[in-house]
Design a protein around this ligand. Sequence first.
Ligand SMILES: [Zn+2]
Length: 95
Amino acid sequence: MFNRCQGLPDDPCPKGRCDASVRNSICDLFLCPDRSSINVARPPVSPADYESMTPIQQFAVDSGTNEMHQILFVCDEAGSGKIEVALKICEHFTG
Ligand SMILES: [Zn+2]
């Protein structure tokens, strides 16, 4: 029993694949390799080095890169450095 590739909302699967290559993927969609490798965000590098971050930013980066944590909320005032944290976490997962 295989799952059929659902494709992406703006990019349906052209082949309608339904075989062992179709796996539960981004956003809980069942996608074949053709579709699961596209539409991946490529965020810019964080403007801040980890070493130059505040202790609370470093804590947030550490929490966000801990794969035991599936969801992380980062809340603070505008200009507090949330974007630097988010981009640093993205760097960890994009390699
Ligand atoms: Zn597909």
